[in-house]
Design a protein around this ligand. Sequence first.
Ligand code: NAD
Length: 280
Amino acid sequence: MILIDGKKIAAELREELKKEVLSLKTKHNKIPGLTVVLIGDMAPSQIYVRMKEKAANEVGLKSEVIKYPESVEEKTVLDKIKELNKDHSVSGILVQLPLPKHIDKQKVIETILPSKDVDGFHPMNVGNLSSGYDSSIPCTPLGCYLLIKKIEPNLNGKKAVIIGRSNLNGKPMTQLLLKENCTVTITHSKTKDLKSECLKGDIIVAAVGIPKLVKGDWVKKDAIVIDVGINKTENGIVGDVAFDEVSKIAKALTPVPGGVGPMTIACLLKNTIECFKRSN
Ligand code: NAD
């Protein structure tokens, strides 16, 4: 079984991005910039933002974090985004989710210029991705896609089963694999007999949020299994895949942690550089 080492593959990607930033700097005499807006003091968001900032600095991007208290007015945030939209030193804008209840998430997403939307959540980017046009692609599915391609460069005609239909993960993952000529089944909480759907997959991507949902006898021999789940349990962080069982059957599997997570952050940096390139 191939243990898909997301940490190592993400480090290789960051190394490539670092070189690209240097060459962009030489060519344009400026560097791509990522601005993250963080609202409130929720511990996981703070940790994610710190990790993003550290990774951005590591590859030589200009990075900035704008912090607001939980009580900040929606208008203040929207005005700041409009200001960042006009700022030529800012290539990418990310507003860390989740947001406090009084702030309309969709309004925030739609205020970010599509060309600076490093998360790929703006409806224009969502539409472009599903139409097969150039767009920002949400970082986690993009990371999963790159991991799958490392194992199997030619996905033509493969059967892919996606578990979860969120805008963040399942839906964009579906689009990326359709573009690669996979036959994609998207499953969700109302799917009848998830096990038999999974058994058809040459590729399985689990993005659910239920610890160890995907069992060993749900997986076809030689399947590539990508575990997006991050679930806090008494025994630490586990994925949506029963690792011990599935690792005995699958051809390749991502660990949790150390699989998809590091790729998500590396892809955010990649998206920032792509936004810079499109605008220059
Ligand atoms: P979500 O809650 O928005 O969506 C979950 C999806 O799972 C839904 O579409 C739902 O229909 C489906 N689902 C729920 N119960 C199911 C069941 N019993 N059988 C089949 N499908 C079922 O979640 P999300 O934001 O897509 O995140 C999913 C998981 O991925 C979470 O554990 C989250 O923490 C993790 N995540 C990881 C990363 C990363 O970088 N590794 C990034 C984002 C999210």
